[in-house]
Every structure is written in C-alpha cells, then in structure tokens.
Design a protein around this ligand. Structure first.
Ligand SMILES: Nc1ncnc2c1ncn2[C@@H]1O[C@H](COP(=O)(O)OP(=O)(O)OP(=O)(O)O)[C@@H](O)[C@H]1O
Ligand SMILES: [Mg+2]
Length: 507
C-alpha cells in the first residue's frame, strides 16, 4: 500500500497541496482528477520522488518513507511517467528507455536483450510501434508518449504513476493504454493515473480522488460515483453548458480555398472554408490530419496545387510568413514548440505579437510599448483563465493545463483571420475546455475561420460546423453539421467498420 499523510507542498505563496491524506490500495487502479492547477501532478511527483514535500509523509507498506529522487523511488518499486515528456530529443528511443538504467558494463548482447524487452512490451501493448532506433525528436508526440511509457515499464515497478498518459493519444490509441492499465492491475500491480476524461475514469478506475485547490474534495470507490458528483467536486459548481451554442453561422464568403493542394503526407485535395466557419479535422495519428494543419500553417511546404487566403494566392514557406498573411498555427506540444519556460507568462503571451511585422506593440524606433503590452497581456490572462493569474510568473511555474491556456491565449490575443488549432484542449480540465469552446465559438461568430484538428471526436461533433476526416493521407469524408456521430467518425478514421482497431484485449 502506498499513501500520503498530511501532505503539503508549497511554492512560495501557493499551496499546491494542503494537508492531503490518501490511501491507495494495492492491486487497484486509482484515478486522480481535478481542475488544472489543483495539485495532481505535484501529488504524483511527491509519490515518485520528483518533488520534496513541505510537510507530511509518504507511507509505503505502513512505513513512512522519503524519496529524495526518482531513482530512489524506482528502487522502492515506484515508477512515475511524467505529464510533460522528459525524453532526450537527440537520443534514440532505445537509449531513452534504458538511460540511467543500464549498468555501464553492459555488453552489446545485453543491450540487444534490453531492446528486445522493449520490443516485446510494444507488441503486448498493441500500440502503434514507434521506430525506437530513431532520435525521439523525429517521433510524433504520441510515439514519444509510448517511449515514455516503455521507459517506466522496463524498470518493472510495482506501483505505476501515470500523469495524463492518454492526453496526446487518439481514441484508437487510448484503448490499448487503458487495457494495459487493467492488465497491470489484474497482475497485482497498483496503478495511479491522472485524467481529464471522465469516460476513461469510469472505464478503468476502482477508486477516485478529486483535488480542488490542493485539497481532497472527493475520495470514494467508483461504485458510489456518478459524473455530476465528480464535476461538482472538481469545479465547486455544476457545469451547465459544455458545448456552446453559436450566435451566428458561417458566412457565405470563403476565407480559405484549396485546389488540388498537396504536401508530403497529404494527397491533393480541394476545399473551401468560409469565414466564420469552424472546420473540424478528424483522423488518427499519421492519417494526414496534422499534416493538413501544418500545410496551412506554413510548417509543411505545399508540393503543388493552389491555396488562396481571402482571395489572394498563398503558399507559405514558414509559419512566420503564414502568420503575416493571416494564418496562425497553434501547435500541439506546448513544451517543445511553443513555450519559453523560463520567461514570464506575459512575455510568452505577447511574443508573437511583438515579433509580428507592423506590431501595434512596437513603437517608433523599435521600442516596446510596455504599457500597451501589459494591458493586453493582463486582459488575455484574465480571458484565458490562466491560474495563478500573475503574468510575471515564469511559465515553468504553471501546471500543464495552464501552460496550454497561455499558448492558446496568445493566439486569441493575436487577431488573425484564420486560426489552425492542433488539439487545443489537450490536457485541459473540463471547466476550461468549456471556456475554450466558448472562445472558439466567439471567434467564429466574429468572422474568424477556425480549423480545429482534434483527436477527440466528441469535441469535433460538439463544436464544428463541418467535419472532414483523413485516413492514410487522404481526405476520405466530409460531414455536414448534424451528420457526424462518434461511431461514424471512428469508422471513417480507422477504415472498415471500426472493428479492426489496434485495441486487442489483453490475455
Ligand atoms: N515549480 C513550480 N513553481 C511554482 N509553482 C508551481 C510549480 N509547480 C507547480 N506549481 C503550482 O502548483 C499548483 C499545482 O500544480 P500541478 O502541476 O500539481 O497541477 P495539476 O493538477 O497537475 O494541473 P494540470 O491539470 O494543469 O496538469 C499550481 O498552482 C501550479 O502553478
Ligand atoms: Mg498536471
């Protein structure tokens, strides 16, 4: 059994955890839920030796223990998979998996054996197999997540702490991860996992703890739990409107027009997206849905065909050009692509605005209009509901979901006619998701065009005016408003009738 007693963690004035007591029973799956910044990651880090408590203790098998570092926790059988990927980008998948793990005297043969061990795990999980010989920087976020999971499991922990293991996976890839959690539990392992998806919690968890502002607000067996109970423990209120209603529909005028446009990974496609339209883009990892967004955003060069933005011919060589012309691309992985962690929230928010040509924040002579910047940023921080709401804090001090809000907030602040959003609600709590959907709808209502690429089909159905689906690099289906169902989307994005998923049940 592992647990904590009277645990508090303070960061300056912030009580990330406040006298928390939890028991995690062996051989169970224990879910941890709560709003962004409620203390979930901090709790897992304390259990996994990556964060020292300010007060209180960790208890393992009835004994108080202290883990000064993750290696010590691992030696005691506790493995932590971080929310933010912690891989070395230039090393191969294999090297990342075994780093710090392999004794230096390991010979070539033993390396081979370790590699085989990793291959076997991939096989068992039924996950898309990342090429573990490549530097992980060349892998997709989902594939990096797989490497991260393998890295933990290869150390054969007894207690496994997963911090949002499914946040960057598509629905098809989530199932195998949930299956492996169940299988680990059935083999007697203890699994603790953080998730913002209540469906997952209901599917696999035996017990749930909800945190709000660092305090436990619910701790009970899943048998006694229903959805509203979790939501009100998380939010302290009921959630009335999850998907927003629109005040205006799309306009007749096109914003973006594609004619036989193609790029590496996407076959020629023709498409008109109107002003004020929210176009949902569905597809599994590697289907072309992301490549499509990258082509629009100037990250992936067009290989042929034509693109027009507000009637003008456009083909962007890089994201800066795209931005200048009017397309803002918001990437999926905030850590790698989007945030400068040591700089303040304010700087992170205003950066693209300051860097933009003819910025309203830069005065004559190239000086930054500090007053203007502060005003805009303060407004954006309030508007995007970033907590803590002090724009001077370094981005590093924010929880994962709040970092995501900063990345999004900056583009809402940066008024461009077309926004390409890649999984904008990844890792964001349910309350904030609802707010982001509201922001997206408001932008569309004011005439912006939104391209919403998402792994999470329910949000596409709930927010988009039209949904296009990609498979194997091709646009394979278009669903007008009201036409798409979860089953139809899943079947279209996976091919066949959907039964051929990678999600094999574990023996
Ligand atoms: N290194 C740090 N320095 C200062 N404050 C921090 C630091 N790490 C976390 N915090 C603060 O502690 C609180 C809890 O953060 P934590 O990361 O545990 O939240 P979380 O529940 O995991 O949220 P999310 O769902 O967004 O991942 C937040 O207010 C956060 O800003
Ligand atoms: Mg977290």
């Amino acid at each position: 059994m592992i647990g904590v007693r009277d645990l508090s963690v303070r960061f300056g004035p912030i009580n990330a955890l406040d006298s928390v007591g939890i028991d995690i029973r062996p051989g169970t799956i224990h879910a941890l839920a709560g709003e962004n910044g409620s203390g979930k990651s901090t709790l897992l880090k304390v259990l996994g030796g990556a964060q020292a408590p300010s007060a209180g203790t960790v208890v393992l098998d009835g004994q108080p223990v202290s883990f000064p570092d993750p290696a010590r926790a691992a030696a005691a059988g506790v493995g932590l998979i971080f929310q933010e990927l912690s891989l070395f980008p230039h090393l191969s998948g294999y090297s990342n998996i075994f780093i710090g793990h392999e004794p230096s005297r390991l010979g070539f043969l033993q390396f081979k054996q370790l590699n085989r061990q990793a291959d076997k795990l991939v096989e068992e999980m039924g996950l898309p197999r990342p090429d573990l010989r490549l530097p992980v920087s060349e892998l997709s976020v989902a594939e990096q997540q797989v490497v991260e999971i393998l890295k933990c499991l290869c150390r054969q922990p007894k207690i496994i702490l997963f911090d949002e293991p499914t946040a960057s996976l598509t629905q098809r890839e989530i199932k195998p991860v949930l299956s492996i959690m169940k299988r680990l539990r059935d083999q007697g392992y203890t699994v603790v996992f953080v998730s913002h998806y209540l469906e997952e919690v209901f599917e696999v968890a035996d017990r749930i703890t909800v945190l709000r502002d660092g305090k436990v607000t619910l701790d009970d067996d899943m048998a006694h739990i229903y959805r509203e109970k979790i939501l009100s423990a998380m939010l302290g209120r009921a959630l009335d409107e999850f998907y927003p209603s629109r005040r205006a529909g799309p306009l007749a005028e096109p914003c973006l027009e594609l004619e036989n446009a193609h790029a590496d990974g996407i076959e020629p496609l023709s498409l008109k997206v109107r002003k004020g339209e929210i176009l949902g883009v569905a597809g599994a990892v590697g289907s072309g849905s992301r490549a499509f967004g990258e082509m629009l955003g100037g990250l992936r060069p067009m290989r042929g065909g034509a693109m027009r933005l507000e009637g003008r011919a456009a083909a962007f060589r890089n994201p800066a050009r795209a931005l200048q012309a009017g397309v803002a691309y918001v990437p999926e992985d905030r850590r790698v692509d989007a945030l400068l962690l040591d700089l303040s929230i304010a700087t992170n928010m205003s950066l693209p605005l300051v860097a933009a040509p003819k910025s309203r924040l830069v005065g004559a002579g190239g000086f930054l209009r500090l007053g203007q910047e502060r005003m805009l940023v303060d407004e954006a921080v309030q508007h995007s509901n970033v907590k803590p709401s002090n724009p001077r804090l370094p981005a590093r001090a924010l929880s994962g979901g709040n970092q995501q809000k900063v990345v999004l907030g900056r583009w809402f602040l940066h008024d461009r006619p077309c926004l390409v959003l890649n999984n904008p609600t990844k890792g964001v709590d349910v309350g904030s998701k609802a707010e982001i959907y509201r922001q997206i709808a408001d932008l569309a209502d004011s005439g912006h065009t939104i391209i919403l690429i998402s792994n999470y089909n329910p949000e596409l159905i709930g927010t988009a005016d039209r949904i296009i689906a990609f498979r194997e690099g091709r646009l394979v289906a278009t669903f007008e408003k009201g036409e798409a169902t979860e089953d139809a989307l899943l079947a279209t994005t996976m091919g066949g009738d959907g039964s051929a998923s990678g999600a094999q049940e574990m023996p």
